[in-house]
Ligand binder design. Sequence first.
Ligand code: 5GP
Length: 193
Amino acid sequence: MKLLEERISKDGLVKEGNVLKVDSFLNHQMDIELFNEMGKEFKRLFGDRPINKILTIEASGIAIAAIAAQYFDVPVVFAKKSQSINLDGSVYSTKIESFTHKKIYDVIVSKKYLSPEDHVLVIDDFLANGCAINGLIELINEAGATIEGVGIAIEKGFQNGGQKLREQGINLHSLAIIDKMDPVEGSITFRQE
Ligand code: 5GP
């Protein structure tokens, strides 16, 4: 998606450790006009699927998913990062290792909000090694729901999460795929489709 690539080139900051900071328009301050365009693009890419729910993970996925949901007319469920797992059987749970914080979180979704009837589009801000998305897919599988697709704002194509998901046959679309980024020069190279 040209608009997003241009914005990343203009305002993205390449940090050490393969981290891209996009705090000025995506992860801290949020450009809602841009989010609207991203929502429309997700609708164009996944609109042929019978999606009745969008699943994301707190915190940065929520706003992107919420804006996109307006184009699908479906509710958004966000998986919660929980310190104390409720073991009374009312939640689906899995563990996710955070790429940016290097911590392992228990992640939960209430059984009330994910069920075998659901056809789910998963949305998140970044795809790196795929831990977050794999965790969300596990929750969907636990619920017996159907994964209709995975929509990502920024995929770091030089990490292997995207490749593994595509090899599994997941219907994955990323709005911008970065093939290379250099913290010294600050340069970012996008994959050309
Ligand atoms: P993964 O689980 O695929 O390794 O990493 C994805 C998660 O880590 C995303 O939910 C995102 O919050 C965070 N993340 C991964 N790489 C980056 C990055 O370069 N910049 C930022 N801001 N977040 C990232």
